[in-house]
Design a protein around this ligand. Sequence first.
Ligand code: NAD
Length: 291
Amino acid sequence: MSARIIDGKAAAARLRERVGEFAAAFEGTAGRKAGLAVVLVGDDPASAVYVRSKGKATLAANMTSFEHRLPADTTEDALIALVDTLNADPAVDGILVQLPLPRHIREAAVLTRIDPDKDVDGFHPVNAGRLATGLNGFVPCTPLGCLMLLKDELGDVSGKDAVVIGRSNIVGKPMAALLTAASATVTLAHSRTRDLPGHVARADIVVAAVGIPHFVKGEWLKPGATVIDVGINRTDDGLVGDVDFNGAASVAGAITPVPGGVGPMTIACLLRNTLVAAHRNAGVALDKDAI
Ligand code: NAD
């Protein structure tokens, strides 16, 4: 094995600490804590774990956590009414509705109801449009975390060839937009891409967000490439990524492990987005580059 292991857990801990310091300073200036509301509908066990850890991380970062747990048979109207209440609540800076929602609720109807300036998940079409056009807005937490890890590792990604595998609204598309904005040359690959190994072979940066265990093979990679594995797949061997880690680690220059790579950065970036939202909502200046 030759690749450097990108320690997302350590990077996330540093980011959370910085956010916590800024959040304490925010409380001193604004006279209130930054607040994040998390809404969970139903009893999906994985979602319940995510919501619990988001709540704990929020408190640890000197912010207020508002948790709303609703039964699985909650109507779409009732959920939208809660979103409206949170939109109007000045103590709530960020709103996150945990996905997936029960099938009888239209995700788009709920996500588009969140005030775009409280949309710390960055899923609202207004924020997707802001990202696409270079305006200030909220960027989805997972790709934001990936970009931070890439910048930590490479310094500057300008001019690098990047292949993003997967075109979801949550990971692939915003990742491609972020890398484009950072002046990388981006190929966005997906399930209909022809000759994926040929594209990957030219890439200095590979971001895999596919949802298939061990999908990206070491022999596809350009030697020395930086590999970011977004995948979280539950298998009989435990959690594994979308990249064949052992094969890739002997060719790549640097690689994120699963777990301990991208995953921890996601919650840290959620806290960062909430901090930014709080400053904006309270009219308090914040040097975003400092966090
Ligand atoms: P998704 O299912 O919405 O999208 C998967 C994408 O992969 C699609 O765009 C599809 O075109 C592409 N794809 C499927 N088969 C392919 C193939 N054979 N070749 C090339 N592309 C192919 O998934 P998602 O929500 O983007 O998540 C992707 C992975 O990332 C999952 O494993 C998920 O669990 C994980 N994830 C991790 C985090 C985190 O915090 N680390 C956050 C979100 C998602």
